[in-house]
Design a protein around this ligand. Structure first.
Ligand code: GDP
Ligand code: CA
Length: 339
């Protein structure tokens, strides 16, 4: 095996990638080693402009995690972070005050914003930022175009009974504590895959969907026009790992956004939502999966996934440490016979 392509959100995807790279470096992954090329296609629909800066939370989480700059306890942002810029902005009374803009992190956003304003596409900016971080993967944004996930939330004061907030506001300010009524990826249908994305899906030995959020992370990557088609015609097998364990998400807000789109919160339902490559997913969209791992405590879901034309197996899916996470990657590759 020479090439692996992984679609990714932020924290869940980055943790999986850390375990995968650990497995490749230490020989835990049969058929792979430190020379195996890993390409990551990351979600950019969480991106936002804040205080004039372009922030790309999922790209940065992957870059910092794999480049050993992450705050491992928080799971996002820089280690040894300080918050003076944020405090000073709050002292000026400028909004938003809820976004966690750390001092070290600000440098990344300054470099990115300057490069974007000079005319470089996000993919080129990401490549430049990765020259410092050396994440050990080729990190591609899903698109160079602006896409933003918005979430409709209840609002008694509004005539429609709801209002729409940016995904980051739903997650960071509202802490996903109110129901998500709808999830709207603004700009997604008009976006184009970033350079290298379609090739990464077709010119590879395997494509992995890690346990990232199936709606607001993988759902948006899969929704970039051309991505689903490339996966459908790729000669490489496509295998996914469930982000839902024991009928809930492990961290984050998969439960809220799955409910918003009318998908049951279970490992099997998420697989059927993505759909078999030989068939269709939810709402008749062309399916993308050949195989799907569920956690051992969801072993009773295996038969229902297989009935949908997707190979399935139950293995431990908790990313508790690097070895456990590498073992998940090994099980995923084994299920599709990739060595
Ligand atoms: P985000 O962009 O930071 O929200 O990160 P991702 O979309 O990449 O991943 C979030 C998803 O990771 C959540 O839906 C979690 O359920 C899932 N997740 C986090 N930790 C684990 C774990 O240890 N095991 C599994 N199976 N899923 C996990
Ligand atoms: Ca995210």
């Amino acid at each position: 095996m020479q090439k692996i392509t992984v679609l990714s959100g932020g924290v869940g995807g980055a943790r999986f990638l850390r375990g995968l790279l650990h497995g490749l470096r230490t020989g835990l992954v049969p058929g792979g080693d430190a020379t195996t090329e890993v390409t990551v296609v990351a979600n950019t629909a969480d991106d936002l402009w804040v205080h004039g800066l372009k922030v790309c939370p999922d790209l940065d989480t992957v870059m910092y995690t794999l480049g050993d700059g992450i705050d491992l306890e928080r799971g996002w942002g820089r280690r040894d972070e300080t918050w003076h810029v944020k405090e000073e902005l709050a002292a000026y009374g400028v909004e938003p005050t809820w976004f966690g803009l750390g001092d070290r992190d600000v440098a990344t956003h300054l470099v990115r914003t300057q490069m974007l304003e000079a005319g470089y596409p996000l993919s080129a900016v990401t490549e430049a930022l990765c020259r410092r971080w050396q994440p050990g993967v080729r990190l591609l944004p899903m698109t160079d175009d602006r896409v933003e996930t918005h979430v409709a939330v209840p609002d008694e004061g509004s005539p429609s009974g709801q209002r729409v907030v940016h995904f980051q506001e739903y997650w960071v300010r509202l802490r996903a504590a109110v129901p998500a009524l709808a999830v709207v990826p603004v700009g997604l249908a008009e976006s184009a895959p970033a350079p290298g994305v379609l090739e990464a899906l077709t010119e590879t030995d395997v494509v992995v969907l890690p346990p990232s959020n199936p709606v607001v992370s993988l759902g948006t990557v899969l929704g970039v026009p051309g991505v689903r088609d490339a996966l459908r015609r790729s000669p490489a097998p496509v295998v996914g790992l469930s982000p839902v364990v024991g009928r809930d998400h492990v961290h984050g807000m998969a439960r809220q956004v799955l409910t918003a789109i009318g998908v049951e919160v279970s490992a099997g339902a998420v697989a059927r939502h993505h759909g078999a490559r030989s068939g269709t997913g939810t709402d008749g969209v062309p399916g993308v999966l050949d195989a799907w791992l569920v956690d051992t405590r969801d072993a009773d879901e295996v038969a229902g996934v297989e009935a949908a034309g997707i190979a399935a197996r139950a293995v431990p899916l908790m990313m508790t440490d690097l070895d456990a996470t590498a073992a998940m990657a090994v099980a995923a590759l084994d299920l599709v016979g990739v060595r």
